[in-house]
Design a protein around this ligand. Structure first.
Ligand code: SF4
Length: 335
C-alpha cells in the first residue's frame, strides 16, 4: 500500500504534479540564473560568509543556541564541530518530480542533525554520524561533479548545522562555474536569523513542517518550540523566494517547497500545519504531503508504540482532505 500511495503522490515521469494549476500560470520559458550568482557578482558573498562563520564561535546557527565554540572543536546538540561531514553525493531520482526532471537532483547528504526524531528515516546518517570529513574545496568539487553529470540542482540535505561551510564551498564552486539552483532541504527547525543570512544565496527552500503541536515535537524530536521556530523561518523563506516557480520543462528554479510527513494517529498535527500554510504563507504553496512513513530507529520501542506502524490510506486521505479544505492545491494529488 505504501508503494501505491507513494506512486500516486510523487510521479517520476519528469513531468509535474502541479495539481490544480495551469501550466501557463507558473512556468517560465527560461529560468533566470541562480540568485547566488547575482549576489556573488555584487560582491556581497564574502560578507555573508564572514557573518555565518562568526556564528560558529558561539554557535546559534539553529534554535538550540548551544553557544559552543565549534572553531575550537566543541560540539553542541548536533554533534558537529568546525569540519564538514558528508555521507553521500549522488544524483537522486526519488525526490519530487520538479527537482528530479530527467537527470536527477544533485543530492549532497550532510551528516548529523539538529533534531532528534525518534523515528528518523535516515538515523544512520543523522544520529549515528555515518559520513566522512570533507574540506570546503572538496564539497565545491562535489557540487561541480553533480552539475557535470547533468543534475538539475544542488540539493543540500540536512544543511542547517553546516551552513557557513556550505556557503564557503559555494563561493569556490561559483568561481569554477557552478550555475544550477541551490536547494536548502531542511528539517524545518531553523533560526530566522540564519535564514535571513541566506537571502540571495538559496534558490529553493525545501523545509519539512513536521508538527503542528508542541507536545509531539517535544516527545518525538526533542524540540518543543519546533512549530513556532519553523513558522518564523518558513515565513522568512517565503518572503525571500515566494511560491515555487517552474520552467517550461517543469523544473523548479526558485521558491518554497514544503514537505509534510503524515504520522500515524494524527501525530503530525496536519490540521494546524495546513492552516498555517494556507493562511500565513500562501494558498499557492507547493506542499508535498508524504505517505512514506515507516517505523524506524526508536519508533518500535514500547514507549513509542503509537509510532510503531505505517500510516493507513484513511490517514493519508484525511491529510489531503484537510489541505484541500484550506484551499491548498499544489504538490499533492487527490486520491
Ligand atoms: S547548529 Fe549544532 S551546535 Fe549550533 S546551535 Fe544548532 S545544534 Fe547547537
Amino acid at each position: 500500500m505504501l508503494l501505491f500511495m507513494a506512486g500516486i503522490m510523487a510521479p517520476r515521469s519528469g513531468r509535474l504534479d502541479r495539481s490544480g494549476k495551469d501550466k501557463e500560470e507558473d512556468s517560465e520559458k527560461s529560468a533566470p540564473a541562480p540568485v547566488y550568482l547575482e549576489t556573488y557578482a555584487r560582491g556581497e558573498l564574502d560578507a555573508k560568509i564572514e557573518q555565518l562563520e562568526a556564528i560558529l564561535e558561539e554557535c546559534t546557527l539553529c534554535p538550540r543556541e548551544c553557544g559552543v565554540n565549534r572553531n575550537k572543536g566543541e560540539r553542541g546538540y548536533c554533534n558537529s564541530d568546525r569540519q564538514l561531514k558528508v555521507s553521500s553525493v549522488q544524483p537522486h531520482f526519488g525526490e519530487e518530480a520538479v527537482l528530479v526532471g530527467t537527470k536527477g537532483s544533485g543530492t549532497i547528504f550532510l551528516t548529523n542533525c539538529n533534531l532528534g526524531c525518534v523515528y528518523c528515516q535516515n538515523y544512520d546518517i543523522s544520529h549515528l554520524g555515518y559520513g566522512r570529513v570533507m574540506s570546503e574545496a572538496e564539497l565545491a568539487d562535489c557540487m561541480l561533479s553533480l552539475q557535470n553529470r547533468g543534475c538539475h540542482n544542488i540539493n543540500l540535505v540536512t544543511p542547517t548545522h553546516f551552513t557557513p561551510q556550505i556557503v564557503k564551498a559555494l563561493k569556490i564552486a561559483i568561481e569554477k562555474g557552478l550555475h544550477i539552483p541551490l536547494v536548502y532541504n531542511c528539517g524545518g527547525y531553523e533560526s530566522k536569523h540564519t535564514i535571513e543570512l541566506l537571502d540571495g544565496i538559496v534558490d529553493i527552500y525545501m523545509p519539512d513542517i513536521k508538527y503542528g503541536e508542541e507536545a509531539n515535537a517535544e516527545r518525538y524530536s526533542n524540540a518543543g518550540d519546533y512549530f513556532e521556530r519553523c513558522k518564523e523561518a518558513v515565513k522568512e523563506m517565503h518572503a525571500q523566494v515566494g511560491d515555487l516557480k517552474l520552467d517550461d520543462r517543469g523544473l523548479a528554479w526558485r521558491g518554497l517547497l514544503i514537505r509534510h510527513l503524515v504520522l500515524p494517529n494524527g501525530l503530525a498535527g496536519s490540521e494546524a500545519v495546513m492552516k498555517f500554510i494556507a493562511t500565513e504563507i500562501s494558498k499557492d504553496s507547493y506542499v508535498n504531503i508524504m505517505a512514506q512513513y515507516r517505523p524506524m530507529y526508536k519508533a518500535c520501542e514500547y514507549k513509542y508504540k503509537e509510532l510503531s506502524r505505517w500510516i493507513t490510506m484513511a490517514e493519508y486521505r484525511e491529510a489531503i482532505s484537510i489541505a484541500r479544505r484550506y484551499g491548498l492545491h499544489r504538490g499533492f494529488h487527490i486520491i
